[in-house]
Structure formats: structure tokens, C-alpha cells
Design a protein around this ligand. Structure first.
Ligand code: ADE
Length: 242
């Protein structure tokens, strides 16, 4: 079966350089009333779709676990119903990185596992705590060895900042990256039996001394260019079956 790749990127600013590098054109989203945007093209004979999460009525990009999950669920279900299921999903985006795991601003992180750091459901004697953390392995076929990167755990939550309880959870999983979508996408992809790969570029240091939002805004443009280059390498490798 030929590879059919879906790239999912939360923010359009993160995705635009990749859309133009892969010469992708707009395609209607399968449920037109939803805010998500789809682009499509063929790269080295491989079908490539790229989805972004669109913009909220507030005028903000729809970042976070809710829209990531709804968007991916619809795309995976509709591709399967068309008889053209995706073989790989790749989450490309920015992340906070941990100095303690060897990250600097600009480092590429390849997630090898994912979990949530803000789903605290501690009821002793029940499986809720483990469910909340939601630890899962991530896919690495097509990314490992293809881009120069730190490999490690990606921890997901719905806030850009982090509180003491988040820090404790991220210390337990030895997170290298902190984002707002990866664990949710990995959970949805696993339910459909499709591997989720990740290419995440560090815009800010979670265990550094600057507020995340300042560093994030400063480094978003450079990170988007890095994503274009590194996602290009991964798509080449998957298309060539490396
Ligand atoms: N994306 C980029 N930086 C982030 C951070 N510090 N936390 C969550 N998502 C991010």
C-alpha cells in the first residue's frame, strides 16, 4: 500500500513555509462547517495532506487538545470511509523545550512518547490517575536518523504557562518537550491504529528564566522555517520508503 501522509499543524504561521515548500493547494475540509483548513498535494508520488486548526471566533488560532482531537478524528474517519486511509500522521509544530534534556531554542525534538501533564484525576485505588496521564509510545519511523534532533518524551497540556503541579508531572515523565496537542493527537491516532510521528521545534525553554510567551513570539518565525526544512526531510524519507 502506498504511503498517504497527513501532516497536522496547529497554527497557520507554523504551517505556511511547509505548505509552500511542498506546493500544497487548498482542499475543502470533509465537514465544511468546521473551522479546520486542509491542503493537499503529491510529493515524490506520495499523497500529502496538511491540516491546520483554523481560527476561533476570538481571532486566535485554535491551538490545544480539543481542536486537535476533533480535527484529526474527522480526517482519519473520512479518509478510511473513502477507502484511502492515511498511513502516517505527522504532527509538526513548536514546543517548549527543557534545558535539562539538552534542548536549546531551535532544537528539533522527535517525540518517542507522550502524556498529559494537566489531567490530574487522583482517586486512590482506581485507574483514573493512569488514565489521566495517558502515557503512550509515539511513532519514529521516517523521523529517527533523518533529522538532527533530541529524542524524548513530549508532555501535553492546554496551557502555554505551567504551574507547580504541571512541573511535577513533567519531571516524572522526564519530558524533553512541552506542547498543547501531541498527546491528544497520539491518543486519537492510536484509536485508529495509525502511527503518530512528531517534529517539534523548540521556541522557548520551560526550565529557563524567561516567560514562555515572550520567547515563543520571538522565535515563532524562525521555528516555522526550521519546520519547513525538517518536515521536508521526513516527507522525503517516508515517500522514498527509507
Ligand atoms: N508551544 C511552544 N512553546 C510552548 C510551551 N512552552 N508550552 C506549550 N506549547 C508550546
Amino acid at each position: 500500500m502506498p504511503n498517504r501522509i497527513l501532516i497536522i499543524v496547529a497554527m497557520s504561521a507554523e504551517a505556511l513555509p511547509t505548505i509552500s515548500r511542498l506546493s500544497l493547494s487548498p482542499l475543502p475540509f470533509p465537514v465544511p462547517s468546521l473551522p479546520y483548513l486542509l491542503h493537499a498535494g503529491v510529493h515524490l508520488s506520495t499523497s500529502v495532506h496538511l491540516a491546520t486548526l483554523g481560527v476561533s471566533p476570538h481571532g486566535a488560532d485554535n491551538v490545544g487538545t480539543l481542536h486537535a482531537s476533533v480535527c484529526l478524528s474527522h480526517l482519519l474517519a473520512s479518509a478510511a470511509a473513502r477507502g484511502a486511509p492515511y498511513t502516517h500522521v505527522l504532527n509538526a509544530g513548536t514546543c517548549g523545550g527543557f534545558l535539562a534534556r539538552g534542548c536549546a531554542v531551535g532544537t528539533v525534538v522527535l517525540p518517542t512518547s507522550s502524556a498529559f501533564h494537566d489531567r490530574r484525576i487522583v482517586i486512590p485505588g482506581t485507574p483514573f490517575e493512569e488514565y489521566g496521564v495517558g502515557l503512550l509510545p509515539a511513532g519514529t519511523e521516517g523521523t529517527r536518523g533523518v533529522v538532527e534532533a533530541v529524542e524524548g518524551h513530549c508532555s501535553t497540556g492546554d496551557s502555554l504557562d505551567h504551574c507547580r503541579e504541571d512541573d511535577e508531572a513533567m519531571a516524572k515523565t522526564e519530558a524533553a518537550a512541552k506542547d498543547m496537542e501531541f498527546a491528544a493527537l497520539n491518543t486519537v491516532a492510536a484509536m485508529h491504529g495509525v502511527p503518530l510521528l512528531g517534529v517539534k521545534v523548540v521556541t522557548d525553554l520551560v526550565d529557563g528564566d524567561r516567560p514562555s510567551h515572550e520567547e515563543f513570539m520571538e522565535n515563532l518565525g524562525t521555528a516555522a522555517k526550521s519546520l519547513q526544512e525538517n518536515v521536508g526531510k521526513v516527507i522525503d524519507a517516508l515517500a522514498k520508503g527509507e
